[in-house]
Design a protein around this ligand. Structure first.
Ligand code: ADP
Ligand code: 5GP
Length: 198
């Protein structure tokens, strides 16, 4: 099979922070070895359970700047006071391995990926059932301070306003139901053509 056939193999998951995209991405990656996670670069501090080279490439501002100058990024953006960026090398590795690449990026990052790869990309927005649920999940995750949570909630309205630009919207109220919807979308849009059934 050849990935140059304009099939969808770049799958961007976006949501407001706490919306559930990492949880859904982990589920897909666990079930489907043919999927690979696009490891972004970031200048933010590593959280307790995160690993360099698995969750992110954790870089200093100077290292990140050097990569910008080298033209290493498909897109990059400042979010919550840190810079995050998608590396061209992640896409190259996925193509070389004939894998489906899953991105966990903010809404602007997803729209950039769509602009750069209009026929190869699929954008999925994970929406929280309500702002209250979003806040509660962020608090329960306990990875950010109160101030950082407030910053993340403040940005979420802008992100929710962009959801109609996405190919699909999944309301993540019940996690099992969200997993099921994600599976259905991937079965229809991605695994169908990979198994040669289209
Ligand atoms: P994101 O990657 O979008 O910031 P996470 O996947 O880290 O969000 O989810 C935020 C928190 O909410 C995590 O602690 C996760 O376990 C929890 N969570 C995700 N989906 C649900 C759900 N449907 N119901 C309850 N908790 C959820
Ligand atoms: P977090 O700090 O919670 O890991 O991520 C904060 C936000 O940055 C999330 O919305 C996440 O999707 C986004 N993000 C992570 N990597 C990238 C990237 O490479 N590009 C863009 N545009 N956003 C990213």
């Amino acid at each position: 099979m050849n990935q140059q056939q304009n099939k969808k193999y770049l799958i961007a998951l976006s949501s407001p922070s706490g919306g559930g995209k990492s949880t859904i991405a982990r589920h897909v990656l666990h079930l489907h070895p043919e999927c690979r996670f696009s490891i972004s670069a970031t200048t933010r501090n590593k959280r307790a359970r995160e690993l360099h080279g698995k969750d992110y490439y954790f870089l200093t501002k100077e290292e990140f700047q050097q990569k910008i100058e080298n033209g290493d990024f498909v897109e990059y953006e400042e979010i919550f006071g840190n810079i995050y960026g998608t590396l061209h090398s992640e896409i190259r590795k996925a193509i070389a391995a004939n894998q489906v690449l899953l991105f966990d990026v903010d809404v602007k990052g997803a729209l950039y990926i769509k602009a750069a790869y209009p026929t190869e990309s699929l954008l999925i927005f994970i929406a929280p059932p309500s702002m209250e649920a979003l806040e509660e999940r962020l608090r329960r995750r306990s990875t950010e301070s109160d101030e950082q949570i407030a910053t993340r909630l403040a940005r979420s309205e802008m992100e929710l306003a962009e959801k109609d630009k996405f190919d699909y919207v999944i309301i993540n109220e019940n996690l099992e139901e969200a997993f099921k919807q994600m599976e259905e979308i991937l079965a229809k849009e991605v695994f169908m053509w990979r198994s040669g059934n289209d």
